[in-house]
Design a protein around this ligand. Structure first.
Ligand code: 6PG
Length: 471
């Protein structure tokens, strides 16, 4: 057995772990992989024939393969499996070794694990990896957080395997503790919002305009050539062409309308609520996945509230243009809300995030990569302390140029009775944020009326209470 030769070891040889390991080997790094499922080790051996990968199904043998101080990365499902792997590793590791959790872990779990491991002299990095199967194999976006010196140890490896945009690797140190996992969670929250917005455009064009799958493909393809360019738009184009092997029909029409989830979108919304940052488009994207799961109830309610959907009463081409513009404005709202959550989390959890850097490493490799991220990066470069992306001059011009169409699309969805809650909340967020006056004075008055919670006044500082029932 070749001992102590391998630069890094990977625990968890599922699709993501295996592909990331193959990617590392492609870049010349001697690596070892471990999984307690021998069939996964076998699959790795088969795929890695002739490369610098060593796969084993015994964790003690696996640890022996690694150069000391060791670096072990794990890509296992979030939650208890992460703790179970750490438990298995503890008797085998020594002070100064490094564990990297590259899964979609909840940031508070990452904080607890980092604390426990630090007490035992083990370094811990919480690293977000985005890009799915393909990204892991050929270049993901990587979001590392934890002690900077631990990141420095694996920086050359991570830079080598990450996606590149104009030669710039889509990885950078983000901050201490759970910074990396928090950024990845918000990435996924934005991902949920973009996916739901695209689903709403699909509904408006399918049920509203009666477009065929071929026509839908062409619309998304056209959109992907312009300012809406991005990975999710691109794969949507491809999805509409895919033929079902079983029926010979388009696969999209054979798929159940139930959106599953692993929890990261929900964590983004929960965190936004905890931080008191409005992120309604992300919230509704999570809610609509939950709604989609209620398929039986939706069927019953569909019978009770049956109502034919009238065709959209305007030129098809004009509406599709308006829809594209509305999508662009709504996408800006989704990124804006996610970035605002990051800004607040950075202050509260002392991540010291550089939001330009976050936008930079999201430009390639990850699921939410899009042309728009270059504009977002520039906005933070020009104004590093920007409190909200809607205040960036270039982006605000783009929003203004498209907001009328966003409004129009929301009106059409309302008139037709088609559910478009992410478009609606994107518009609601915009209208709320740009409103120098909001009717929250009434809320203050109501709270004081029924609960004596007091209110603040415009003319004098301090808190006041009125006996509203007197006189
Ligand atoms: C990525 C993806 C990836 C995964 C999500 C899907 O960035 O590569 O976000 O992490 O596909 O976990 O999330 P849901 O299962 O919750 O949709």
């Amino acid at each position: 057995m070749e001992t102590q030769r391998h630069e890094i070891g990977m625990i968890g040889l599922g699709v993501m772990g295996r592909n990331l390991l193959l990617n590392m080997a492609d870049h010349g790094f001697p690596v070892a992989g471990y999984d307690n499922d021998p069939s996964k080790v076998e699959a790795l051996q088969k795929e890695s024939a002739g490369s610098k990968i060593h796969g084993v199904a015994n964790i003690t043998d696996f640890i022996r393969l690694l150069r000391s101080p060791r670096a072990v990365m794990m890509l296992v499902p979030a939650g208890p499996p992460v703790d179970s792997v750490i438990g298995d590793l503890m008797p085998l590791l020594e002070k100064g070794d490094l564990i990297i959790d590259a899964g979609n872990s909840y940031f508070k779990d990452t904080n607890a694990r980092a604390r426990n491991l630090a007490a035992k002299g083990i370094q811990f990095l919480g690293v977000g990896v985005s890009g799915g199967e393909e990204g892991a194999r050929h270049g993901p976006s990587i979001m590392p957080g934890g002690p900077e010196e631990a990141y420095e140890r694996v920086r050359p490896l991570l830079e080598a395997v990450a996606a590149k945009v104009d030669g710039d690797p889509c990885v950078a140190y983000l901050g201490p503790g759970s910074a990396g996992h928090f950024v990845k969670t918000v990435h996924n929250g934005i991902e949920y919002a973009l996916m739901q917005l695209l689903a709403e455009t699909y509904d408006l064009m399918k049920r509203g305009l009666g477009l065929s799958d071929d026509q839908l493909r062409d619309v998304y393809d056209t959109w992907n050539q312009g300012e809406l360019n991005g990975y999710l738009v691109e794969i949507t184009t491809r999805i509409f062409s895919q033929v079902d092997e079983k029926t010979g029909r388009r696969l999209i029409d054979e798929i159940l309308d139930v959106g599953k989830q692993n929890g990261t979108g929900m964590w983004t919304s929960q965190s936004a609520m905890e931080l008191q940052v409005p992120a309604p488009t992300i919230d509704l994207a999570v809610a609509m996945r939950d709604m989609s799961v209620l398929e039986k109830q939706r069927e019953t309610a569909g019978e009770i509230f049956k109502q034919p959907i009238p065709p959209i009463a305007c030129d098809r081409r004009i509406f599709i243009d308006q829809l594209g513009h509305a999508l662009y404005a709504a996408m800006i709202m989704a990124y804006t809300q996610g970035m605002a959550v990051l800004a607040a989390a950075s202050d509260k959890y002392e991540y010291h995030l550089d939001l330009e850097r976050v936008a930079r490493i999201w430009r390639g490799g990850c699921i939410i990569r899009a042309a728009l991220l270059e504009d977002i990066r520039m906005a933070y470069r020009n104004q590093p302390g920007l409190p909200n992306l809607l205040l960036a001059p270039e982006l605000s011009k783009k929003v203004m140029a498209n907001q009328r169409d966003l409004r129009r699309v929301v009106c059409v969805a309302i008139e037709l009775g088609l559910p478009a809650p992410c478009f609606m909340t994107a518009l609601g967020y915009f209208d709320g944020y740009r409103s120098a006056w909001l009717p929250a004075n009434l809320i203050q008055a109501q709270r004081d009326y029924f609960g004596a919670h007091s209110y603040e006044r415009i003319d004098v500082k301090g808190t006041f209470h009125t006996d509203w029932t007197k006189s």
